[in-house]
Design a protein around this ligand. Sequence first.
Ligand code: AMP
Ligand code: MG
Length: 506
Amino acid sequence: MPAFRFDNTYARDLPGFYTSWQPARVPAPQLLFFNDGLAADLGLDAAALQGEAAAALFAGNTVPEGAEPLAQAYAGHQFGGFSPRLGDGRALLLGEVVDTQGRRRDIAMKGSGRTPFSRGGDGKAAVGPMLREVLIGEGMHALGIPTTRALAVAGTGEHVMRELPLPGAVLTRVAASHLRVGTFQFFLAEGDTDKLRRLLDYAIARHDPALAGTPGQEMAFLRAVARRQATLIAQWLNVGFIHGVMNTDNMTISGETIDYGPCAFMEAYDPATVFSSIDHGGRYAYGNQPGIARWNLARLAETLLPLVADGDDEAAAKQAVAAATAVIDEFPVWVAQALLHGQRAKLGLLAPAATLTAADDEEDARLVAAWLAQLQAQAVDFTLAWRLLAGAAEGDSEPLRDQFRDREALDAWLLAWQARLARDTAAGGPAATERAAAMRRVSPRIIARNHRVEAALAAATEGDMAPFDALLAAVRQPYSDAPALTAYAQPAPAAETLVYQTFCGT
Ligand code: AMP
Ligand code: MG
């Protein structure tokens, strides 16, 4: 039996949207990471993925039976500037499989060598950034946040030249698809309306099949993508995640997080937080993410307009612009709703949604804003504060108070919050113990903290996988109170956090 049962719709249905290409051969494949759980979900044949055969396969030396490797074309706005021709410069789509739940999944490689889209790059990747994709992706998945996931990482036995020579690796990545806003932009820039139409049909068939062939499907598709992105960004914000490089080529149509390059989790709460060494203007700062997502969605909308009305019919064109604008203008409202929904759970407000009024929305939004303002003013760790709030819900507020210098301000807020909890209970919310337990199921104790990630990647780069393995096990249990994981729940010393920077994963 072949390891993967490929069924490659992209290769089959979209000729002219990619270049068929083969991964580069590497000298000494070595499997560094394999995702057993994901492999099982994908229905892969574990027996065909053992030992040297697996290492050769995931390093790119053997192409699995049924794969049709190809480099996808896409464009993208990078930090606001448009590049009409990006594409898979160091990645290849091997093909698609339908997983055990019936969901179609892309299997793709990253770091598999040069392609016609490589421009000046070497097409390669280093061990550290590929293992970072594993850690952050698995952590996000465990947090219930839609994400691409790593199936395997193989060392290549060769060095890649960066500032220093680094050990090379290939990541095998699983995604709902690799369609991006930038994929649509590529064909708009080419002025190819026919291909845009075919791409839209493909995207709808894959991600929004209910819309296929319905009148107004273009704008309905835009709305569906925007809805998914609104939920996604709200989830990012509620765990303190900063993507770091939200270019339009890094925003998916599926609503999954993709491309864990200079991403990081915020520690002390501050919406202006930026980690990426190349994000000088703070374009992709934590608090800017909803606005950037909206901007990116406006770029997607532009690609769909020619499909709704051709240039000659002015009235239809105006109507199309109005419909697209309505979606783009509603996007911030959807983010705010999704954000408040998540924040309510984190605050322990659990009464049935039907009991909530517009006045509650306003009050609760104010309550969260006051809480966050205190975290910011007192530089409190975002993850820790939310987690410890669960304790306060069952009468143990001292560990939370210990995080604050100005406890009077915190105590005043706690009083207001407790009054709101009492109202929640009256409206059908739970008793204290149950409430605290529910809060601990939505506010993680363990995230992939930056100092831990860096230490694990540095050790792996030197050949020691133990810190990586231990951290991976920890981030896969974000809600666990296990004492053995306590070290992973602690923030870095403030001095370290202040100077922390991330780098694009090239
Ligand atoms: P990213 O910043 O990883 O989203 O990549 C942006 C663009 O740069 C994509 O078109 C990538 O394929 C390309 N790229 C990034 N790193 C390399 C590399 N080492 N070699 C060739 N192309 C690359
Ligand atoms: Mg990218």
